[in-house]
Design a protein around this ligand. Structure first.
Ligand code: NDP
Length: 354
């Protein structure tokens, strides 16, 4: 059993060799006495998500800490925690039997001993559905990776046919789903990304109404050109100066869905960008609301999401791009690469065969 531990807190961008180490991890599955509701799982696919960077931070006095279950800080020497698809190999939990396929928070390791608090948010994967859907889709797309854009866009964005939505980091795993859901709902979809290849993908494969490369274009000019009637929904993935510019283009009663602010994650507190025009929020009666995807687990909107997404995927209405990296030994590299802006869609690590 090998696992990836935190060797040193990254300051700025994480580095695979400097900050992480793959180490042997002992877990004597046969002789392990499980506590109430605990399980042991063999990990099959692990999803690589930028939010994990959030868990790799030193305690900062200025920082108002929000240690929800999934965003808890990792200590030096501890295994990194993410989410993925696993098979139950031992159980003392009435909800799971040996051989069940499950999705939930696990260590970045081959086998994980899951305590009761984490086991409580595990969900089952219906093996029947694997006739039509690849198992890897359950590591992200059909679980939190799809629930995030669906639930937040519907419940916070309140999309209405004919409105204009602007999505930043639109070729990210989340962004490309936001754009597609918005198209299905009849919106005009405008997105930005950091390379011409990504922009091509958004325009030609995903049929966005407009897309541009924010590294080559002035954002203010691009938004004036592509959103001439202003922005009704801004789906925020980036934060910082992007938010400042977008606010100028937001309509009265527009909604800002704050999914993430990836441009700020690797900055120390005193270098984070101070947005200067926040008063536009009240002047134009804008609703700006954040969320953490786990708050949608077990709610009605999760049921609606599962029904809609399964249908849309089977009907070919959702185009999905997934990069599968082979082997736990490549997980640190895969994670670090999330922040270089080259990947399109979700990166998954295959840890074992199923
Ligand atoms: P991905 O790993 O798929 O993509 C990340 C993309 O963000 C990069 O490819 C890059 O694209 C862009 N990016 C990276 N660094 C910067 C930067 N400094 N400035 C601007 N853009 C940058 O990401 P996800 O789809 O998994 O996540 C997207 C956002 O959603 C993140 O902010 C994440 O934290 C958030 N999130 C929030 C959740 C919640 O519960 N609230 C749950 C899951 C994700 P580009 O080419 O455009 O630069």
């Amino acid at each position: 059993n090998k696992g990836l531990i935190l060797k040193e807190y990254p300051k700025g961008l994480p580095n695979a060799d400097k900050h992480f180490e793959l180490v042997p991890r002992t877990i004597d599955i046969k002789n392990l006495n499980l506590g109430e509701n605990e399980i042991v799982v063999k990990n099959i696919y692990l999803s690589l998500d930028p939010y994990v960077r959030f868990t790799l931070r030193e305690p900062e006095p200025e920082y108002v800490s929000v240690d929800t279950l999934l965003e808890k800080r990792v200590s030096i020497g501890q295994v990194i925690i993410g989410v993925g698809v696993s098979e139950v190999v031992k159980t003392n939990n009435p909800n799971f039997k040996v051989g069940d396929l499950v999705y939930g928070p696990v260590g970045w390791e081959e086998y994980s001993h899951i305590k009761s608090d984490f086991a409580a948010i595990f969900s089952p994967i219906n093996k029947e559905s694997l006739k039509d859907i690849p198992l890897s889709y359950y590591a992200s797309l059909l679980k939190m990776g799809g629930l995030t854009p669906y639930a937040s866009l519907i419940s916070i964005g309140k999309p209405k046919k004919g409105e204009t939505i602007y999505v930043s980091a639109a070729a990210s795993a989340i962004g490309l789903l936001v754009g597609q859901i918005a198209k299905i709902k009849g919106l005009k979809v405008v997105g930005s990304a950091g390379s011409d290849e990504k922009v091509d993908y958004l325009l030609n494969e995903l049929k966005f109404d407009a897309a541009f490369n924010y590294k080559k274009t002035d954002l203010n000019k691009a938004l004036s050109e592509y959103c001439p009637n202003g922005i009704d929904i801004y789906y925020e993935n980036v934060g910082g100066q992007t938010l400042e510019t977008v606010l100028n283009h937001c309509n009265q009663f527009s909604r800002i869905v704050v999914c993430g602010m990836i441009s700020q994650y690797n900055l120390p507190f005193n270098e984070k960008y101070g947005v200067k025009n926040l008063e536009i929020i009240f002047l134009r009666s804008i609703t700006m609301q954040g969320f953490i995807v786990s708050q949608y687990l077990g709610t009605d909107i999760q049921n609606e999401f599962e029904k809609d997404f399964t249908e849309w995927i089977k009907a070919g209405k959702i185009v999905y791009r997934e990069k599968v990296i082979d082997g736990i030994e490549n997980i640190a590299e895969g994670f670090v690469n999330l922040f270089d802006g080259r990947n399109i869609g979700r990166t998954i690590v295959k840890v074992s065969d199923y």
